[in-house]
Write a new protein. Structure first.
Length: 215
């Protein structure tokens, strides 16, 4: 059992709420960011995970170049609860242990100028990764703004968003479990101020004798 050198802050919220923008604000403050979705891109290309996905969901999830088409995979994997559970089992078994390893390594070995590690992970609670965190921030935004962001960045309909969110913990539950709340309405100055406030408070708690958390 060792004491981590840096605090870990997790970010959660609905699709299009602006988690990535808040993560970028923390990065601008010198924090180290780990992106679970980016790691997931790497994991599904791993030979054993790739083979398991194709065997389970079929060749229809493949792009012409043989790589997994994430949109096609999502279409079949989020079709029903059983398929979603299967996807989470296959990918999650490889993703979350590696995510945890990287988070703890970063918290122990980041350069001295890094104040905290940020976990940008939509499925933080679903994967039981919240136990890594000294604080969790719930990010929210007005629904009309979320719709605009999703349409411009991903081209999804709102029905697609609701379909995906239905396979996750309810947003109300995530908000209730979080330690901090952040509204990301597009005001970057306010967003950066919120990131600074949260970072300062978490670092102060972490550096106090009672704030230290053993892993």
């Amino acid at each position: 059992m060792t004491t981590r050198r840096l605090p870990i802050i997790g970010l959660v919220g609905g699709i299009g709420s602006g988690k990535s923008a808040l993560a970028a604000a923390f990065e601008a403050l010198g924090c180290r960011r780990l992106d679970a979705d980016r790691l997931g891109h790497e994991i599904i290309a791993r030979a054993d995970v790739y083979a398991d996905l194709v065997t389970t969901f079929g060749n229809s999830i493949l792009a012409p170049d043989g790589r997994i088409n994430r949109a096609a995979l999502a279409a079949v994997a989020f079709a029903d609860d059983a398929s979603t559970a299967t996807l989470n089992r296959i990918v999650g078994a490889a993703l979350w242990p590696e995510f945890r390893r990287q988070a703890l390594e970063a918290a122990d070995n980041a350069p001295p100028e890094v104040p905290a590690v940020i976990l940008d992970a939509a499925l933080l609670f679903e994967s039981d990764s919240q136990d890594l965190c000294d604080a969790v921030v719930f990010v929210d935004a007005p629904e009309d703004l979320r719709r605009q962001r999703i349409q411009s960045s991903r081209g999804w309909s709102w029905d697609e968003v609701l379909r995906r969110q239905a396979r996750q913990f309810p947003l109300s539950r995530k908000r209730a479990l979080a330690d901090f709340f952040c509204t990301n309405d597009g005001n970057l100055d306010a967003l950066h101020a919120t990131a600074q406030r949260i970072l300062t408070e978490v670092c102060q708690r972490f550096s106090s004798p009672k704030g230290q958390i053993n892993q």
